[in-house]
Design a protein. Structure first.
Lengths: 459, 479
């Protein structure tokens, strides 16, 4: 759904079914890739305009479409005090009126000509994108410039869109059986960092927001020196540069400083346990989280490979053990969730009928321990890396997918060249790296452990 | 507090400066032509049709093996058989265990998936170009030589029953299950594709083996491949991998004939205490994919309920803030599937939303859609189409649908013109014929909060407490 919040690190999809691979001995018999996977590098062009706007572009003429994205370095972590969910509510309002556009005009300029638009509020940034037939590129650059420079939301628009966001909250958190778990996971995992607050907010704090807050937020954060423009697709570089100057280069940048989150999450001193509940939870779930360093840390690639070994695909260790062999879980997820300031290593399982969170927790932790301490076969390591790189390649099939990778690299990893360098970093990860980071950040550090069950016992 | 004062000051500075900028959007440049790839095909001696679209760019290939029989063929008391059979394909063959298949495919950087739709069963592959042949061997192996061991059947059945217990607690998913029964009763489209706990328990290994033997035949199958691979390479590979697949000298099995048998109440409410939101589905009989009015149907739906700016989303979300999203769709099948409009809203506004849907549908039949509205709605369809054929898996999906229903593959090049040819008069006439008359309304929500609004709007509504619901029964009630 559009104007969505990238809230679900752990999408709950009961895909197909179970099976997984055995470790070492069967791995030896697996078919090796015929040749090493090579990923064509993304050829990036970069400019910084006088008003501070960073522009990244990649020309690709294979289809007559273009993807335009504007990333603002403001995310849910920047929600004002007592206004959880504000950055996300604000994202919705960026589709309302501006100095020169009536409400919903972005839809007229995209959907009505065969394109689409959407946006997402993440922990560290808010991203707006449009994909349009390439002859509309100039029109959309004008529109992005216009809403960067001005926002004229009226009270009626504000209230009805706030109601939409409340429905989104019900849709994401209250209605799905595991919706409340993901809110709890952030709240329980962070001691002080604002990542702990729910990005979607809650009804009370959404109700407290005012139109004055909206204008203040726009003026504070929506400015060229806090934004990144990414354009990928069918365009002429000279034209793009001229249009960027004409429509976005004219947006003035204020001289006030941009407020940044400077809170540092302290290391955990001890294991913490939480019991969380929801009204309709047919199968209990267990989650464990550990703190990770900032995304651009040198250990990030090894942590991503570690998560892939444990949880990516049906041949991964946790899937094989918990879902296939022991049959104690129906769904698992292991993720190195890398963020700008600090990340989380997350292991998660929805248990099978008749099994409890204690069993799930024990089995999850045992698999992670084994990875840290026993020899990792070379073929298994190679498999995990191939899976990760292949999935990056598939994400880049579209202009918008490519642009998303670039934007994320700039705002979360602080380096656009990460889109290309990351592949090499993944390929360079050794078994010793995996074991070192697993010990350092996971088995050697205190977890937060969450058990999620039905209110008043199982139904 | 001090920050807000800054804000006002800055705003005064910014607005005058910026107002000198261009005030109206620059018009579009001349459009550039899209290239729609052309499929080529061969049929093997055993009847397997092989279709290939070469598309260079990224070193990726997508493939789908379609069997032209799906959940419509589930026996009455064996709901979920087609899906279970397809899902079990990758769970072991004569030469490889489930674990070896998963490991082998994932080591190639590929993904494999299998399942059933209403009219087809499928295995899909997403592979890297440099080892596509190795990955395709797994597809052939799981389609031709699955073993369906009892252990794997039991494991998957238990997992599916667990997944159903979760789906049944989700108002939106449950509303779809109920809507199928409400519309199609005991007919082939009335059951849940994934089955129910009871029907899954009734399925035996013999049922699965027989379903595979009867329907998985080369003269009832199509292989579609798109991506960075030469057609000759695919044709040769298909011969090697599927050439020995035999149909046993038999014609393809006949397809199920559809019969609509619903006779239940027109408004059904499933009372789910503590539902965090209500799901509202308005359902009526739609069209078959081969219906000559297909293009009128998709254009009509683009106005009513497809895309952000469709009328349903305009009225329900944008104007009234009653939902995160409202929309409708035709589920085109071999026989007429459902036409559904679906919305999630807070329990208190469920009845209001059901009324808004009804109002927008009848407006489609009573007044003509202005050209000024119709043109952009057609553009959304054409844009969606163009983007779907930009990816290998999207191309495979579009071509697979044409092949499944025996439509000409040339239709992929005719899409734009056919959409453009639909007129406002066509839309109104079509809506009058197909969207008029009795719809069935299904609501899953918390009756404590829905309250008296239900009886006021729908005095004859049937309320079924969730613990009295039986999805196996055309009446939806436990006996």
């Amino acid at each position: 759904m559009r104007r969505r919040l990238a809230l679900f690190l752990l999408p709950l999809v009961f895909a197909g079914a179970a099976f997984a691979a055995a470790p070492a001995k069967k791995l030896a018999g697996a078919t090796a890739p015929a040749t090493k996977l090579t990923v064509p590098p993304i050829q990036l062009k970069h400019r910084t305009l006088a008003n501070g706007l960073e522009v990244y572009s990649v020309a690709d003429h294979s289809s007559p479409t273009v993807a335009i994205q504007v990333w603002y370095r403001v995310g849910s972590k920047n929600d004002p005090d007592g206004r959880s969910g504000f950055a996300h509510l604000f994202e919705h309002l960026m589709f309302k009126s501006t100095a020169h556009m009536p409400a919903e005009m972005m839809d007229r300029l995209t959907e009505d000509v065969g394109g689409f638009n959407n946006a997402s509020t993440r922990d560290d940034a808010t991203e707006y994108h449009e994909v349009v037939p390439s002859n509309y590129l100039e029109t959309l650059l004008w529109a992005e410039g216009d809403r960067m420079a001005s926002l004229n939301v009226n009270d009626e628009n504000f209230k009805s869109e706030r109601d939409v966001v409340k429905e989104e909250y019900r849709f994401r958190v209250l209605s799905p059986p595991y919706g409340r778990l993901f809110t709890a996971l952030e709240k329980d995992s962070w001691a002080v960092h604002p990542y702990k607050r729910p990005g979607i907010g809650n009804i009370e704090e959404l109700d407290a927001a005012t139109l004055t807050d909206v204008q203040a937020f726009h003026t504070t954060f929506y400015r060229p020196d806090n934004a990144v423009l990414v354009v990928v697709g069918d365009f002429d570089q000279t034209q793009l540069d001229a249009w960027t100057d004409k429509y976005l280069g004219v947006v003035p940048h204020p001289s006030t400083p941009i407020p940044r989150v400077t809170v540092k999450e302290p290391p955990r001193k001890e294991v913490k346990r939480f019991e969380e509940h929801g009204p309709s939870v047919p199968l209990p779930a267990v989650a464990a989280t550990w703190l990770l360093p900032e995304a651009r840390h040198a250990d990030s690639a090894a942590l991503s490979v570690t998560a892939a070994l444990l949880g990516l695909g049906q041949s991964s260790r946790v899937y094989e053990s918990l879902v296939y062999k022991k049959k104690i879980a129906v769904e698992i997820e292991v993720d190195a969730d890398l963020r700008e300031d600090a990340g989380l290593f997350i292991a998660f399982a929805v248990l099978s009928n008749g099994h409890n969170p204690n069993e799930g927790e024990k089995a999850l932790l045992a698999e992670i321990d084994a990875l840290a301490t026993k020899t990792i076969p070379a073929t298994e390591l190679e498999k995990a890396k191939t899976q990760l790189i292949a999935s990056i390649l598939r994400d880049r099939e579209t202009n918008n997918g490519k642009a998303m990778d670039i934007g994320n690299s700039v705002v979360v990893f602080h380096d656009a060249n990460f889109v290309n360098a990351w592949i090499g970093k993944l390929q360079a990860v050794t078994a010793a790296d995996v074991q070192r980071v697993t010990k350092k950040y996971v088995t050697g550090a205190p977890p937060v452990l969450i058990h999620y069950t039905a209110e008043g016992g199982a139904k | 507090m001090s920050r807000r004062f800054h804000v006002l000051a800055l705003l005064l500075l910014i607005v005058p400066t910026y107002s000198r900028a261009q005030q109206t959007p620059p018009p579009p440049a001349a459009p550039r032509a899209a290239r729609v790839p052309r499929p080529t095909e061969q049929t093997l001696a055993n009847g397997l049709r092989v279709i290939v679209v070469e598309k260079t760019g990224l070193p990726l290939v997508a493939a789908r093996l379609l069997v032209k029989t799906g959940s419509e063929a589930d026996p009455n008391d064996r709901a979920g058989l087609a899906d279970l059979t397809a899902s079990l394909l990758t769970k072991g063959t004569k030469t490889k265990s489930a674990e070896e298949i998963a490991l082998g495919v994932e080591a190639l950087g590929a993904t494999i998936d299998s399942g059933a739709g209403w009219d087809n069963s499928f295995v899909t592959l997403g592979a890297l170009a440099n080892n596509f042949s190795s990955a395709m061997k797994y597809v052939a192996d799981v389609v031709l030589h699955p073993t369906f061991t009892q252990d794997e059947i039991d494991r998957l059945r238990d997992q599916n029953i667990d997944a159903l217990s979760v789906a049944m607690q989700n108002p939106a998913q449950l509303a779809n299950f109920v809507a199928a029964r409400a519309l199609f009763g005991g007919g082939p489209y009335g059951h849940n594709q994934g089955g129910t706990p009871e029907s899954l328990k009734a399925i035996t290994r013999d049922d699965v083996v027989k379903f595979h033997r009867t329907h998985y035949r080369p003269n009832n199958a199509v292989l579609i491949v798109a991506g960075d691979v030469k057609p000759e390479t695919v044709f040769a590979l298909a011969k090697t991998l599927f050439g020995n697949w035999s149909s046993g000298g038999q014609a393809p099995p006949p397809v199920q004939s559809e019969s609509v048998a619903a006779s239940g109440p027109s408004v059904v409410v499933i009372d789910m205490p503590d539902a965090g939101q209500a799901a509202v589905v308005v359902t009526r009989r739609g069209l078959s994919r081969n219906d000559p009015q297909y293009y009128k149907a998709i254009v009509t739906n683009a106005v009513l309920g497809a895309g952000y700016s469709s009328r349903l989303n305009q009225e329900i979300r944008i104007k009234r803030g009653l939902s995160y999203g409202a929309g409708s769709f035709f589920d085109f099948r071999r026989e007429p599937g459902a036409f559904n409009a679906a919305v999630q809203t807070k329990n208190e506004s469920a009845i209001e939303v059901a009324g808004l849907i009804g109002g927008e549908v009848s407006k489609m039949t009573s007044t003509s859609v202005p050209e000024l509205e119709l043109t952009p709605r057609k553009a959304t369809l054409i844009g969606d189409f163009g983007r779907s054929v930009e990816t290998n898996s999207g191309l495979v999906g579009r071509i697979g649908t044409l092949a499944l229903y025996g439509l000409s593959l040339d239709e992929i090049n005719a899409f734009v013109a056919k959409v453009q040819s639909v007129t406002p008069a066509d839309v109104q006439k079509f809506a009058g014929e197909k969207l008029n008359g009795d719809a069935r309304i299904v609501i899953v929500g918390d009756m404590k909060k829905i309250g008296d609004t239900l009886k006021a709007a729908y005095p004859n509504a049937e309320v079924i407490p969730i613990d009295q619901l039986d999805l196996n029964s055309p009446t939806l009630r436990k006996k």
